[in-house]
Every structure is written in C-alpha cells, then in structure tokens.
Design a protein around this ligand. Structure first.
Ligand code: PMP
Length: 390
C-alpha cells in the first residue's frame, strides 16, 4: 500500500531538485570560504549561489541580508537577539512557540476573532509602545492553515515606525513569500518544510539591525580580525556575522535548489490544485460524525492545505496511530507547538485528551505530492475508526 503522507506541515518529503543538488555536490564538498583548492572554491560558489537563489525566492531588496540558519526557530531566535535595546515585540498568543518564546520584551495579544480585528489590535498595541517596536506574526497558521493579514499588519506597523517579522514556515511551501509583496522587514522559514530536509533554514531581511548586533555565534567566519586581548575582535558584517563556524553547505544547496525550482514553477496552478484537495477533504469530513474543523477566525479566511479536527469522544493520538498502523496514513495529533492557540481552539469542544492526558487535535496537511486518493483514503479510514470507536 502506498504510504499517504498527510503531515507536510511538520516536514515535507525531499523533492528531486533538493536530492539532485546534494548528490551533485557530494563529490565536491569542501570548506566554504576557507580555501583555494577546487573543492573549497566549488563549495563556496555553491553556497553563495544558494544564497542568491533564496534571495530571489524572497524578493530580497538591495539592503536585505539572507542568513542561513538551522530552521525557523533558529532564524527567529537570531532576530530576537539582534533587536535594538528596548525593542518591544508585539505577538499574538496564536503563534507557534518558535515565534512566541524568543522575544525578550513582548506585548502579547489575545487571539483576534477576525483578520480585521488582528489589524486593529496591532494598531492599538502600537499606539501604547514607546521606543523601537517589532510585530512578529505568522503568515499561515500551522494549526488551522488560516492565512494572516500580513500585508495590512505591515502597513499599520510601518505607519507607526515599527518593523514586521513574518514566520513564513507554513506559507512558503504553499505560496510566494516576497518581502516586497508582503511589505515586511524579515522572513523566516525552514528547509525541511520546503522539501529540502537537510538542516538549513533562512532569516532574510533588513541588514542594519543584524550588522549592529553581536554575532549570533562567536567564532571563525564571524570575526574579521582578532587581537591578543580578550574582547579585541572586529566582527564582520553581512550574513557571515551570524553564520559563525563552518556552514551547512548541503542544506543550503538543497534549499537554494528548491527555492529556484519553486520560483520557476506555476505557483498559481499549484495553489489552485491545493485548494481542490482542501475542498475535497472538507467535503469528505462532513460525513465523519462529530468531527469539528477548528479555526481561529470567525468565518471563512483564506488558508493553505492544513486542517485540524476536534474529534469528540476520541483520543486523537490513538486515531493518528491507527491511521498509520492500519491504513498507511501519516498525520499528526497533539498541540503542534502552539499550546495557547490549541487550548483556545479546544475550549468548548467536548474533546477527549490524548493518551498522555494533554488535550489535542488531529491535523491533516497537504503538499506537492498529495493525491485525491490520499484524501479519499483518509476520509474513509477516519469514518471507519470513528464509527467503530477506538
Ligand atoms: N513556525 C511555524 C508556523 C511552524 O509550523 C513551525 C514548525 N512546526 C515552526 C515555526 C518551527 O519550525 P522549525 O521546527 O523548522 O524551526
């Protein structure tokens, strides 16, 4: 039986472009930025080419930096450490923990009921902030798939002299994420959610705060000149300042290759196909007794191919295990590293906790390899499990 991977929101399978990029580079792997031999030069070229490809993918402006990180968590932590002193970060409590926990001095807003309310809440919060401000917001929720009004939030933020950082971990695999179109200052995303699971991620955006900040990792590569006394260091500027140590060449090359492939692809057609799958799934779910699709916003909002379900009377973790063991379907159950949001979505639903006693939802998510029959199999398997009681 074909394994139906319906957990793209966690990690997406490696695509050919990423695998080929890695395969092609393996014979040439050498030290990036640190040698004159052919391996070193080839590796340096490949690494910087990957950076250019990512820059094109995010529509980087001339003064933007593209820094390779390990993942989105790493990228947002890097930005959090680069904030000018006294910066207040405005976040909604709906964020993934990666975009909720790193900010040192934060103003946390409750989940808004609508996208309009999200924009208004940011505006009200900004009016109370003195000093530098950053709004850190997700582009698409990893729990509900709902797309946040990033462009409008950015307009409001900029009118107040604030900056905007976007957690694009879930939007980048589904839709173009151009800094200019979104109108934002920073974007973070992960290679493993973008079909390039080799341990690289990205922080892209304005270089001034990054160049003024202490290096994320002190060491070789980040330092331009080191004197004899402790602390006698001149740090480099540009991406190297925050990429101390030997970088993840294969991860960057794989991610760069996927960015280039997606940039060339007909993304409108891919999005239309994904919306068809989403409609098929939501149609099918209406036949599952008691299943409730959860959303943060009241009313329909545009969304990517992610659906989370409350399954009253059923332990979602057990359902997920049965889906895998009996039907060859991979989904995820739990709180998806967004505990405050998941708790809110579950409140009022008669859900059964996961086996470990924590509340949870069942999440289904799509990507490029998802087929109609994967969705149909999930719906009929869920129907069978729910009616037989697990
Ligand atoms: N933000 C969102 C919206 C996510 O879905 C995830 C991953 N679940 C992250 C951040 C963190 O990504 P990573 O684990 O790759 O750092």
């Amino acid at each position: 039986m074909r394994f139906a991977h319906l957990d793209y929101a966690a990690s997406a399978p490696c695509v050919r472009a990423a695998a080929d990029a890695v395969q092609d580079l393996i014979p040439w792997c050498g030290s990036v930025h640190r040698g004159t031999g052919i391996r070193s030069r080839t590796s340096t070229r490949a690494y910087e080419r990957a950076r250019e490809r990512v820059a094109t993918f995010v529509g980087a402006r001339p003064a933007d930096a593209v820094v390779f990180t390990r993942n989105t968590t790493d990228a947002l932590n890097l930005l959090a450490r680069a904030l000018p002193d006294g910066t207040t970060t405005i976040v909604f409590d709906t964020e993934h923990h990666a975009n909720l926990l790193p900010w040192p001095r934060q103003l946390r807003l409750p989940c808004p009921e609508t996208p309009d309310e999200a924009v208004a809440a940011v505006e009200r919060a900004l009016a109370t902030v003195r000093g530098p401000a950053l709004v850190a917001v997700t582009a698409a929720s990893n729990v509900t798939g709902e797309i946040w009004p990033v462009r409008r939030i950015a307009d409001v933020a900029h009118a107040h002299g604030a900056r905007v950082a976007v957690d694009a971990a879930q939007l980048a695999p589904h839709s173009p994420v151009l800094l200019t179109d979104l109108g934002v200052d920073y974007l973070a995303f992960s290679g493993h959610k973008l079909y390039a699971p080799f341990g690289a991620g990205v922080l892209a955006g304005r270089s001034d705060w990054l160049d003024a900040a202490p290096p994320y990792l002190s060491g070789g590569g980040a330092s331009a000149a080191v004197g004899d006394q402790p602390g006698d260091v001149t740090w480099t500027t540009g991406p190297a300042r925050h990429e101390g140590g030997t970088p993840n060449l294969l991860g960057a090359a794989a991610l760069g290759a996927v960015c280039a492939a997606l940039h060339r692809a007909d993304r409108a057609a891919l999005q239309a196909r994904e919306q068809e799958l989403l409609a098929r799934l939501r149609d099918g779910l209406t036949t599952i007794p008691g299943a409730v699709e959860v959303t943060a916003f009241r009313g329909a909002a545009p969304r990517v191919g992610i659906v989370s379900l409350a399954l009253p009377g059923h332990d979602p973790a057990r359902i997920a295990t049965h889906l895998a063991d009996r039907y060859g379907i991979g989904v995820r159950a739990g709180q998806f590293c967004a505990h405050p949001l998941t708790r809110r979505l579950i409140a009022g639903q008669a859900t059964t906790p996961c086996g470990d006693g924590t509340p949870g939802l069942l999440r289904v998510s799509f990507g490029l390899g998802t087929r109609d029959d994967d969705v149909d199999r999930l719906v009929s398997a869920l129907g069978a499990l729910i009616s037989t009681r697990s």
